[in-house]
Write a protein that binds this ligand. Structure first.
Ligand code: XMP
Length: 542
């Protein structure tokens, strides 16, 4: 994920795909984002209750919301104090829409301030866990246990409630920890029900979603697949779509959905740059062609890519050349197989919330590709090769893609596949990449995967892979002195790849892997374990 700048955030399309379409009885909630790090998490928690939700800018107007017609609105937290000069405010007409609103932390303070109450700097801020004492166990707090733990993070507190509001719960330091205007269905909580540390948080969210907003649990995998197929057909018509298959869960799921929707109008292209893991290209082709009966245009570009980076040792230059070569092959092959009207991209919901730099065609209003997903490290496609984009996964979080992938029968090895960088093994061979070194790393990496699986550890690790160093050290095998490459094992745990820690795996596992690698992989006589976290290191070595 990229860090988002304030300008990007402000540029964020306020109402996404939904503007202009008036829909009755839409089963969805809108989260208005005031800059909280948890806005996305709120959206995920709502979706876990099987109700669709989207994050929109706090600038979304009441009029726009009226058109979207959500069943409920959640105002997120935010880093500001409501009294800051630059504090973000929402359209005050939102309070009069007749749509239930739940303000979380900053969202609650804003509600209180805008409706005539008072928010002040608390004598003591409250950070971390707090016990919630319930004064009114009805609607919002039904089934929330008295004294339950909720997670707090605030320096300001509400001291005077606006007319018509009452206190639902308090904590030791915060007299107004949960408030309500029952008649208008306006609610506020000073704590964060969405974070895992808030034990009663889920119950509270369910109360809001089901009882207060009256939502039905309609956001299911099956419903998504049906709707996606309908939308793809409506958008594509009789046009042709190109998809670059990478072997990951996103592009595989995309291929499946698109093929189901438009059959032969879809062309799946798989560019094999020669930097994938052992057997992966073969398995991918077999799976798609034999099991799913989806034809794949296989482009063997191994030699081209190897030639493109021959003699290159600088990591950035290596990435640049691989990216550049990818564009060239992509361009040639898409011309050969085309013409195509659409390019399918595996854009996910976090990319949509966070990236505002996507070009929009001024005539059609459609998003157009100026870049292929960054994992291909492609700076931009040439101007004469502009496709319209089709992004059927753009509503989904990663875990939702996995659910869909499973439901359509993709094998677990794809569903749960660890992240794999676009330039592949080429950035795990330090220094020059040669055919010989690729083979060594592929074999070592294969053993790593086999043993991690055998130990049942694959799903506990964010990534686990081997790196080949371009130096040699002395060893002894039999009575022979050896002078060969070391392999580094890089196993990490992480939530999102932004930060990571080295994984504390059992010594026996490391021992087995080490023994097997030096015995089975010619050219390697030493195995070391990387014990640095990120930061200061990165996960990949280049
Ligand atoms: P670093 O090495 O920056 O990696 O700590 C963070 C995460 O990103 C993956 N990674 C990439 N993924 N294209 C990708 O799609 C790339 O060029 C690329 N480089 C790094 C890396 O595997 C880790 O999960």
């Amino acid at each position: 994920m990229t860090l988002q700048t304030e300008t990007q955030k402000n540029k964020q399309a306020a109402v996404g795909d939904m503007a202009g379409k008036e829909v009755k009885n839409r089963q969805m909630l809108v989260i208005l984002d005031f800059g909280s790090q948890y806005s996305e998490l709120i959206a995920r928690r709502i979706r876990e209750t099987q109700v669709y939700s989207e994050v929109l800018s706090y600038r979304t107007t009441a009029e726009q919301l009226r058109k979207i017609n959500p069943k409920g609105i959640i105002l997120s937290g935010g880093p500001n104090s409501v009294y800051d000069e630059a504090a973000p405010h929402c359209d005050p007409e939102i309070w009069n829409l007749g749509i239930p609103v739940l303000g979380v932390c900053y969202g609650m303070q804003l509600m209180v301030k805008q409706l005539g109450g008072k928010v002040e700097r608390a004598q003591r801020g409250e950070y971390g866990k707090a016990s919630l004492f319930i004064d009114d166990p009805t609607d919002l707090l039904t089934n929330v246990e008295n004294g339950t733990t909720m997670w707090m993070s605030h320096g300001d507190s509400c001291t005077v409630l606006p007319p018509g509001f009452e206190v639902l719960a308090h904590t030791e330091n915060t007299p107004c920890a949960a408030i309500a205007h029952h008649e208008k269905k306006l609610y506020g909580v000073q704590f964060h029900p969405e974070v895992v540390h808030s034990i009663g948080g889920i119950a509270l969210i369910r109360n809001f979603v089901y009882h207060i907003c009256g939502c039905q649990p309609t956001w299911t995998t099956e419903a998504f697949v049906e709707e996606a197929i309908r939308e793809i057909r409506a958008k594509v018509g009789d046009k042709r779509v190109l998809l670059a298959l990478s072997g990951g869960v996103d592009s595989s799921t995309l291929a499946f959905l698109l093929h189901k929707a438009i059959g032969e109008q879809l062309t799946c292209m798989f560019i094999d740059q020669g930097f994938m893991r052992k057997n992966e290209p073969e398995r991918l082709l077999k799976l798609f062609e034999e099991q799913f009966h989806i034809p794949v245009q296989y482009v063997n570009a191994r030699e081209r890519f190897l030639a493109a980076i021959a003699g290159v040792t600088d990591p950035e230059e290596k990435r640049r050349r691989i990216g550049h070569e990818f564009i060239r092959v992509f361009e040639e092959e898409s011309k050969r197989l085309g013409p195509f009207d659409y390019l399918a991209q595996g854009t996910l919901y976090p990319d949509v919330i966070e990236s505002a730099d996507t070009n929009v065609d001024p005539q059609t209003g459609e998003r157009v590709a100026v870049k292929i997903k960054s994992h291909h490290n492609v700076g931009g496609l040439p101007k004469d090769l502009r496709f319209k984009l089709i992004e059927p996964l753009r509503k989904l979080f990663k875990d939702e893609v996995r659910k869909v992938a499973r439901s359509i029968g993709l094998p677990e090895e794809i569903v749960q596949r660890h992240p794999f960088p676009g330039p592949g093994l080429a950035i795990r061979i330090l220094g020059e990449v040669t055919a010989e070194r690729l083979e060594i790393l592929r074999d070592a990496d294969y053993i790593v995967r086999q043993e991690i699986n055998r130990y049942g550890m694959y799903n506990q690790l964010w990534q686990a892979f081997a790196v080949l160093l371009p130096i040699r050290s002395v060893g002894v095998m039999g009575d022979q002195r050896t002078y060969a490459y070391p392999v580094v094992l890089r196993f990490v745990s992480s939530e999102d790849g932004m930060t990571a820690d080295w994984a504390r795996v059992p010594y026996e596992l490391l021992e087995t892997i080490s023994t097997r690698i030096v015995n089975e992989v010619r050219g390697v006589n030493r195995v070391v374990y990387d014990i640095t976290s990120k930061p200061p290191s990165t996960i990949e070595w280049e």
